[in-house]
Design a protein around this ligand. Structure first.
Ligand SMILES: [Zn+2]
Length: 413
């Protein structure tokens, strides 16, 4: 209860992520905003379900895009070509090494067990310190090629991973007034499980790419910068996001060369991750399969980490995202939860306020097998209907609305 009293006490959701944004004219106020002349609404209107689906299909052509394979590198090339075609600024590649110990020493899986103690002394039997109130548990990742019934998809996913150099693509919308500050929006382009990694995580990657496309349109200006990041190696332990933090944290806010007005790595204001954005079918069927329909109460789950260094700021930012959902989203509501876990926002959470957007709560719901397609051969295009894709587009509307306000977006010549 104490947390909620604190929020009401704040009075409004003004620019909680950044004191600087609050001082710069309150671009982030949502309540009572002029709807008819709202430039952010114009930008949200540029999102389109068919375009979003086509971007997902573009990623799905590379199968599960497992890191350390040609299909993964081809997908990185394709993403880079798309971002350049959109006119996104400063398209770059982050290069890093991924050399894990042999699988026998790792116990076979890149992820820890579902039942992990949270180390903070309160009950939690799911990821992120969550509690799962059922006997259902998510299954481990599929490693059996023959579990994929489609021979074409099986063939695309055949090459095994090898250690070595990895790359991931980033680009930027450069702010006109404060090019030295930015928000980071991410999704992970790699997947596993012998499917097409459609939901995990073409659905989140396509949100990042669609927002990069819209913010890069020639008539769009923003006061602050936005980083668009398509992380690699999420499935092996967030290695791509960690590489970015390792290489770029110390570069923040530096003008290079001095006096140029150019900031290769603006100061981070917050990081928002999009991971698994389409399936909210409720609990699985009694035999553990995906319930056939999107559930009537389907929603987007905005999560922050209550145990992170920036927990209070991240919580306020989460409610700001929820308010943006109420203002800009067309189809599905959003809910806020405290157990952000198991995705690329994690390496950022003790450096800046960090959020993840998901189809379900990662801990209590996905941990309780609410998405039986997770890391399975069923994570393919043919599994999903427009109601599923629309949950992803609704998340795109939510983040575009929130971020558009935070960066002071305007539309015009
Ligand atoms: Zn994922």
């Amino acid at each position: 209860m104490r947390l909620f009293a604190l929020i009401i006490g704040c009075g409004s959701f003004i620019s909680v992520a950044s004191g600087a944004a609050a001082q710069s004219g309150g671009a982030a106020t949502l309540a009572g905003a002029d709807t008819t002349n709202d430039p952010v609404q114009l930008l949200v209107n540029r999102l389109d379900l068919e375009r979003y689906k086509n971007t997902i299909k573009g990623l799905a052509q590379f199968g599960d895009r497992r890191q350390g394979t040609k299909r993964n590198r081809d997908a990185v090339d394709w993403i880079e070509a798309q971002l350049k075609q959109y006119g996104c600024q400063n398209v770059e590649r982050i290069t890093y090494q991924y050399n894990p110990p042999p699988a026998t020493q790792r116990g076979g899986r890149g992820r820890g067990p579902v039942t992990s103690p949270n180390g903070h002394g309160f009950a939690g039997n799911g990821p992120g310190g969550s509690r799962i109130f059922s006997d259902m548990r998510e299954h481990g990742a599929n490693n059996d090629s023959l579990a994929q019934p489609d021979p074409k998809i099986r063939a695309i996913d055949m090459e095994p991973t090898t250690p070595g150099e990895r790359q991931e693509v980033i680009c930027m919308k450069v702010g006109t007034k404060y090019p030295n500050e930015m928000y980071i929006i991410g999704g992970h382009m790699d997947g596993i499980g012998w499917g097409q990694a459609v939901n995990d995580d073409a659905s989140g990657s396509a949100i990042v790419m669609e927002l990069a496309r819209i913010f890069s349109m020639p008539d769009v200006r923003t006061e602050r910068s936005i980083r668009f990041a398509l992380w690699n190696n999420e499935e092996t332990g967030l290695n791509g996001a960690h590489a970015y933090v390792d290489q770029r944290a110390a570069m923040q806010g530096k003008e290079i060369p001095a006096g140029s007005g150019k900031y290769p790595e603006p100061k981070w204001l917050a990081m928002i991750q999009h991971d698994m954005m389409m399936v909210d079918h409720g609990p699985p069927t009694p035999d553990g399969k995906l319930s056939p329909e999107q559930r009537p109460g389907a929603d987007i789950n905005i999560e922050f980490a209550s145990t992170s260094k920036f927990a209070d700021e991240a919580m306020k930012l989460a409610f700001f995202w929820r308010a943006a959902n109420e203002k800009y989203a067309t189809d599905y509501p959003a809910a806020v939860g405290p157990h952000m876990s198991n995705t690329d926002s994690d390496p950022f959470k003790d450096l800046v306020p960090a959020l993840s957007l998901r189809e379900n709560e990662r801990g209590s719901q996905i941990g309780g097998n609410w998405d039986p397609t997770h890391h399975q051969p069923t994570d393919v295009l043919t599994t999903f209907t427009d109601k599923d894709f629309m949950l992803g587009l609704t998340s795109a509307q939510t983040t575009l609305g929130a971020i558009g306000r935070l960066v002071g977006a305007t539309v015009g010549k």
